[in-house]
Design a binder for this molecule. Structure first.
Ligand SMILES: [Zn+2]
Ligand SMILES: [Zn+2]
Length: 728
């Protein structure tokens, strides 16, 4: 498994992957294919066992809709040519696209012209009329118009448009008396700190444990994490934490959460590799129980079981998770895009997704990051051609390329291009070095001997023989690029002969930081290339057409958009409606809000505690001090910190509690309120020490609770409460 992953050079696709054939096929599709083509394919395919697929699909057309070229061949046999072309046109899924070089224009085209049917609907949509309003009730339950079109075209080509289509078989959801509860604890109404609990009767599974901040590199050292008090309270029922992928907004809070909740963590090798790094820096009191899974694996978790499904994303080894429940499948999309020419050759497992849709997806938790963006997200591979152009254009310059350290495939492309252009590679930035080490060790990166050089050895080479890969593409102060730009790095000085490439796009909010770096660089004569100059970055998230595809395949009964700010969630809801999911079945939620599903339907049913945001130093109690920084993005109600030093063993308060607030009230005018808050906190703390509570997490949770309630009662406001307890 890992061994095949090593093959990542573009010229050498992993065995069994489809790029070359696909390219040919596309050319053939465009012109009139020769009659021998089908025969050729037949022979080509005849020798290959198609294990799971041929059994499960048995000639089903969905296979041709979904899957890469090779899979689709058998079902095309015997289909009249014009119908087949129709079908190809109608599909326009990314799997029908050229694998390697598709120009943006072509993508636009494919996005804009779906099947005849959806063309009509999109025309309506374009005319400002909401498609779902015009859809008749029957279509409303049939979000698979594209697939139907394909089917009809293949069965009765002449009547494709007005044929009475075969009745769509409704997935038969299992019936059970229990209640399924979906509890988002983060990632809704925000980009970051993704965490969702899925609960069925006595069993809870948790998907992801992120920190707040978008994907990839993190700013600063503070952690903004989900409030997990609900899970702590129900710890005995929590069967495990399932990790979709290794980005900070999905794993960043793991060290903190494991302190309070000692449960097994399931993830793919790279995700767990990243988690191990975090736990090493910040070890929990007990030995963490990390369990490696691979895409395709299913783990049992009480009455639930979780299946990991391979998806494409801007980090390797990313998965969607299908939680099988007694009421049907809850499909969590994870972060995904559909890349039909991914760097590692592994296309998202659309076939399995389609199978799940057929089995019955009761709820789709669908990421919303790019729900506002039209079309398809370009392949990661397209960045390769941009890099190639840059390397050619600046062959006489030293190149410094900043990107997200977690984007292993991007880093690989930079390395590959460097090798082709005879350059050595120097790596700067702790997280970049760490992730490259982990990725090479786990087999996700291919780094031939002698390519990597030490930063200190750079002076032995000419500038044009060197590529530097660094962190800092988001302008993070303290990052390698920042220090270089502001001449704070002893070893590296940039000047007029250097070119800096920012292979990233600005995470909202970071524009100014990035601008500062660019200005500083340009000031010293450095040439800066970013994504406004060259296509040096592609998103890792699905755009509208990809989201539609996911909905078409999963055919969910209910939809809950996740992973996005409210506008993204709302845009995703519209996509769901466009795909025929009734509005009443789409739930725009918020963190802490419980969606309850049972055999009678779905509805919101109350809330669980889920603080707006929670900042905590993961090292409280270990190093005995926390540096708090004001953060402009704190909740509107400000922040109230309760600071105290205690001697836990003796059950004594040594100092404090002191109340420190920012952005909450003007302290001078609210002295009484602050004093009463202090008293409340002191009493609560004293009570706990008397009870001999010795667990920090518990003390902090209770303190937070008591103070929050008091402040709310007095002011009707909900500032963030930060208990900071030091054991002296
Ligand atoms: Zn994410
Ligand atoms: Zn991600």
């Amino acid at each position: 498994m890992m061994k095949t992953k090593k093959k990542m050079t573009p010229s050498d696709p992993a065995p069994g992957k489809l790029r070359p054939e696909k390219k040919n096929e596309r050319a053939a599709d465009k012109t009139s294919p020769s009659p021998t083509r089908a025969e050729k394919r037949q022979t080509k395919n005849s020798g290959k066992p198609e294990k799971r697929r041929s059994i499960l699909f048995d000639g089903d057309k969905i296979a041709s809709f979904l899957s890469p070229a090779k899979r689709s061949e058998p079902v095309k046999k015997g289909v009249p040519e014009f119908a087949r072309q129709d079908a190809v046109k109608a599909k326009k899924t990314p799997s029908g696209r050229s694998a390697v070089k598709e120009t943006p224009k072509e993508q636009e085209k494919s996005a804009a012209v779906p099947s005849g049917k959806s063309k009509k609907t999109s025309a309506k949509a374009a005319a400002g009329q909401h498609p779902s309003k015009s859809a008749d009730p029957e279509k409303v339950t049939a979000p698979v118009h594209q697939r139907k079109g394909v089917r009809a075209a293949q069965k009765k080509p002449t009547a494709a448009k007005n044929a009475s289509l075969p009745v769509k078989e409704e997935p038969r959801f299992p019936t059970a008396d229990g209640k399924l509860r979906i509890i988002p604890l983060g990632g809704i109404g925000e980009i970051g700190k993704n965490m969702t609990a899925i609960e069925y009767e006595n069993d809870i599974v948790v998907i992801d444990v992120g920190v707040a901040f978008p994907d990839e590199d993190m700013l600063g050292i503070d952690l903004v994490i989900p409030d997990v008090s609900y899970l702590v309270k129900n710890a005995s029922r929590v069967r495990g934490i399932l990790i979709t992928h290794g980005h900070e907004d999905h794993v960043g809070a793991v060290a903190y959460v494991l302190r309070q909740l000692n449960v097994p963590v399931y993830g793919t090798p790279l995700s767990l590799g990243i988690i191990k790094g975090k736990l090493k820096e910040n070890p929990p009191p007990q030995k963490p129980d990390l369990r490696t899974v691979n895409a395709g694996d299913t783990v049992r978790l009480g009455a639930l079981s979780a299946e990991f499904i391979h998806v494409n994303h801007s980090i390797a080894d990313a998965c969607a998770i299908a939680v099988h429940t007694p009421l049907g499948v809850v499909y969590h999309s994870g972060d995904f895009k559909l890349d039909v020419s991914p760097m590692d050759g592994n296309v998202m497992d659309l076939v399995r997704v389609g199978e799940l849709g057929r089995e019955g997806v009761i709820l789709l938790l669908c990421e919303s990051t790019n729900a506002e963006r039209r079309g398809f997200t370009p392949s990661e591979r397209s960045v390769g051609s941009s890099l190639e152009r840059i390397f050619t254009q600046y062959e006489d310059n030293r190149l410094v390329i900043a990107t997200f350290s977690s984007n292993v495939h991007r880093v690989q492309q930079i390395i590959n291009t460097s090798i082709r252009h005879g350059r050595k590679v120097a790596v700067m930035g702790r997280s970049m070095v760490n992730i490259i080490d982990a990725a090479v060790e786990l087999g996700y990166m291919d780094l031939p001997d002698g390519v990597l050089i030490d930063v200190a050895d750079m002076k032995r080479y000419k500038p044009e023989q060197i590529t530097m890969i660094t962190t800092g593409s988001q302008g993070e102060p303290m990052s390698a690029l920042y220090r270089i730009a502001f001449s704070e790095n002893e070893k590296v000085k940039l000047g007029a002969n250097d070119v800096v490439v920012l292979s990233s796009s600005a995470i909202p909010g970071n524009e100014k930081l990035i601008g500062n770096i660019i200005n500083a660089l340009v000031h010293t004569g450095v040439k800066v290339v970013n994504d406004s100059v060259e296509a040096v970055h592609v998103s890792g998230h699905a755009c509208r057409e990809e989201l539609k595809l996911l909905m078409a395949l999963t055919k969910p009964k209910y939809l809950m958009p996740v992973h996005g700010e409210y506008r993204h969630l709302a845009a995703n809801k519209e996509i769901g409606e466009f795909m025929g999911i009734p509005s009443a079945n789409i739930f725009l939620s918020e963190i802490g809000r419980v969606l309850e599903i049972d055999k009678n339907g779905a509805r919101f049913a109350g809330t669980v505690p889920a603080g707006k945001v929670l900042v905590d130093g993961a090292s409280v109690g270990d190093i005995g001090a926390v540096v708090l920084r004001d953060r402009k993005n704190l909740s509107e109600d400000g922040v109230v910190a309760v600071v105290a030093a205690v001697a836990l063993r003796e059950g004594m308060i040594l100092s404090g509690p002191d109340i420190v607030s920012r952005g909450f009230v003007y302290v001078k005018e609210a002295e009484k309120l602050m004093e009463n808050t202090r008293k409340t906190a002191q009493e609560a703390l004293a009570r706990m020490l008397e009870r001999r509570v010795s667990d920090y997490a518990e003390i902090k949770a209770e303190l937070r609770d008591v103070v929050a309630k008091f402040i709310y009662r007095e002011t009707k406001r909900n500032p963030m409460i930060l208990p900071i307890i030091m054991d002296a």
